[in-house]
Write a protein that binds this ligand. Sequence first.
Ligand SMILES: NC(=O)c1ccc[n+]([C@@H]2O[C@H](COP(=O)([O-])OP(=O)(O)OC[C@H]3O[C@@H](n4cnc5c(N)ncnc54)[C@H](O)[C@@H]3O)[C@@H](O)[C@H]2O)c1
Length: 439
Amino acid sequence: MALKKGVEIKPATGKLGVLTPGMGAVATTYFAGNLSIRKGLTPPVGSLCELGTIRLGKRTDNNTPKIRDYVPLAEMPDLVFGGWDPIPDNAYEAAVRAGVLETKHLDPIKDELSAIKPMPAVFDQQWVKRLDGPNKKTGTSKMHLAEQVMEDIKTFQAKHGCDRMVLIWCGSTEVYRKPSDVHSSLAKFEAGLRASDENIAPSQIYAYAALKLGIPYANGAPNLAVDTEALMELARENHVPIAGKDFKTGQTLMKTILAPGFKARMLGLQGWYSTNILGNRDGEVLDDPESFKSKEVTKLGVIDQILQPDKYPSLYGNVSHVVRINYYPPRGDNKEGWDNIDIFGWMGYPMQIKVNFLCRDSILAAPIVHDLVLFMDFAKRAGLHGIQEWLSFYWKSPQAPTGLYPEHDLFIQLMKLKNTLRYLKGDDLITHLGAEYYD
Ligand SMILES: NC(=O)c1ccc[n+]([C@@H]2O[C@H](COP(=O)([O-])OP(=O)(O)OC[C@H]3O[C@@H](n4cnc5c(N)ncnc54)[C@H](O)[C@@H]3O)[C@@H](O)[C@H]2O)c1
């Protein structure tokens, strides 16, 4: 369905419930940041919704409001958090265990964080081999588990008086699986839930529950979820926004910043070797080859789409692209990534670029979760549904309509995001065309 220009956007009044399947490093860093920022203790760095601006009209118009003053977005104090996890730690305990944030930042919000206790999870170790915990649901079928998740959501919404809800998967990366017959239509998927089909993953059960209730769902991990025909059909039927997948942080963020630059200057690429050491629980889960496979697939797609080797075979026709993640406990959440990039220039002369990024994974992921929560809620209020391609900016592997290639270039993604907001508000798109021309 084509986007409509100048739509009615419902206001963001009342409370917005945010539920995360998975309450580990990313989710708790996000909750903690939100609670700390609303007390004015720390700044919302990294969030386009909180800090970004949007130019309207010509440069001479001098009209560049903040994005949140331009479109109605939920305010931080109106967010209420909850989640599910097989590990029964509350959000404070989980944040301490994750080791991302320092005590000086956790102490002032300890009470609020401690009150966020995980609901029993839909969990099956077949899908995440390196983890287990006692806080799990039991049910007579996968449909029965989905019904329990729906009950959880309704109970949370009623208890906290939430006007609207958003679900965002912050759980571990599940093992790699291609879509199977049970994912090919909603009818088959529902029959599969009733028969507890082995190809239906826990993450898909949460997604199904959310979409059934008309609640937007975003997938922060690389595994298969709302990018299946069955769940896309449900999203269309119930008019719900969906988005995914795999938060674009760290090395892939750097790739989608650098690769468009090489291409813009028509510099060639021979190879890109990326390796990481990571010591958090996510790293431990990714140490399992089947979970790593999910991650590898989303990480590898990026360069090819940006560089378009079919259009520029002499520059990008023979790129060797390798990605490695090694679990190395001493580093905790502070990942270190090395990239060796072999490029070539005029007359084919080779050059090398080395990038050594000492990043903090969850610090980069948390503002992405925040923006997605706010924009997915906004999308629903603006009447958008199905795949939210304008939010590709946030994903390592952006979901695109069947048959279309996803856009990976960070700068095109940002332009698409802002132009979508302008279009929905009925304003002119910004083309960056010059103002003056001479004969
Ligand atoms: N941090 C980043 O920069 C980043 C970037 C992209 C994607 N991701 C993805 O985000 C996800 C979360 O990352 P993290 O660092 O918080 O990992 P984490 O291991 O700290 O937390 C994941 C949590 O999910 C829970 N979990 C697993 N299966 C579950 C289920 N079925 N239901 C409910 N809970 C479940 C685990 O018990 C764990 O507490 C991972 O899939 C990761 O690959 C993270």
